[in-house]
Design a binder for this molecule. Structure first.
Ligand SMILES: C[S@@+](CC[C@H](N)C(=O)[O-])C[C@H]1O[C@@H](n2cnc3c(N)ncnc32)[C@H](O)[C@@H]1O
Length: 319
């Protein structure tokens, strides 16, 4: 059994956590965008949780807070107003985001009472093929429509949004103790720096080492974390594919984060034996990562069912 404490209750107050005791905050809170109509995602977290978390973190401790492109500015202001220093924004980038757009030219036809033209059929495929299955989750033949009105034709191909290809992760830091240098702060609290050493990207075989003083372990990790390689020789960024809820039979959390991604943040923000706090742990990916990488963990989850999943994952240390 690893060293972790998880609570099935609201994180507000963080009553179980001592002041200045936590080495890092790693959390994926509600984004405030009502993702898939989830009731818990209607609003951004109240500022109070960030000031509670700041109080529990050791001086100089770092935090990684997931956010959504549309509302990250508000989350950043809340974090800053609560006393955090904004250090960076990491981009977790992937290729399998779904654009939430539709053909507005067809809406224009409808608005004008004009029947859009049929332009053949296409195969609609949704979901993925589970191992060994003959078919995708949903396959259907649909009619392709093209605008018929003059105005619709003029605006053909217009839409409302781009394909989402990244999620921002706000990197924050609690200020170091007043009058202490970074080194003095680290000696006193064990916090104040990122763990660059553990997150270096190794050089490709045969690659000439870069920089004036190349490090044998490779490059410093970038602030972009990708799921697929750039086509420029080899990938100099950290790659983490998205996971599907169904990858695990019992984990149906709609915003499940890959443990590999959490591993990257765990390694970047902490050293072995240190404590990570996740006030919004959902199905527990942060906790599983902490456990597997020998960090201590404190997590909160309000929902009974998600908590059960997190508990089971922690007990089984399931990726
Ligand atoms: C974005 S999800 C986290 C998903 C998680 N990263 C995972 O991999 O499963 C945010 C979670 O915060 C929980 N939540 C919302 N408000 C909360 C509160 N006040 N206290 C504790 N948990 C809360 C929601 O139930 C939801 O499961």
């Amino acid at each position: 059994m690893g060293d972790y404490h998880i609570y099935n209750k609201s994180c507000y107050g963080l009553d179980e956590v001592r002041k200045n005791s936590v080495h890092a905050l790693i959390t994926d809170p509600p984004y405030g965008i009502s993702y898939q109509n989830n009731h818990w995602d209607k609003n951004l977290p109240e500022k109070q949780i960030w000031s509670d978390a700041l109080d529990r973190l050791r001086p100089g401790a770092f935090g990684a807070v997931f956010s959504a492109v549309r509302l990250m500015h508000r989350m950043m202001v809340d974090l800053e107003d609560s006393g955090f220093i904004i250090k960076d924004v990491l981009f977790w980038s992937y290729l399998n985001g779904m654009p939430k757009s539709r053909d507005i030219a067809l809406d224009i036809d409808k608005e004008l009472g004009v029947e859009s033209h049929n332009a053949g059929t296409y195969k609609y495929v949704q979901g993925y093929r589970k191992e060994g299955a003959a078919h995708y989750k949903t396959e259907a033949t649909k009619h392709k429509k093209v605008p018929a009105s003059k105005e619709g034709k003029f605006f053909v191909g217009s839409g409302l949004g781009l394909k989402p290809a990244y999620e921002p992760v706000i990197l924050v830091q609690k200020p170091t103790e007043k009058k202490l240098s970074v080194a003095q702060n680290i000696i006193k609290y064990g916090t104040g720096a990122l763990n660059i050493e553990q997150t270096r990207i190794p050089y490709e075989k045969g690659e000439g080492k870069v920089g004036h003083n190349p490090h044998p372990k490779g490059r410093v990790a970038a602030n972009i974390v990708r799921t697929t390689a750039f086509e420029d020789g080899y990938d100099k960024f950290f790659l983490v594919p998205k996971v599907r809820q169904h990858a695990e039979t019992y984990n149906n959390h709609p915003t499940l984060k890959p443990v590999d991604l959490m591993h990257h943040l765990t390694k970047l923000l902490t050293w072995e034996g240190q404590t990570i706090l996740d006030p919004f742990m959902g199905s527990g990916s942060t906790g599983v990562s902490a456990y597997l990488l020998r960090r201590k963990f404190v997590g909160y989850e309000l929902d009974k069912e998600y908590f059960k999943i997190a508990k089971r994952r922690m007990e089984e240390a399931v990726i």
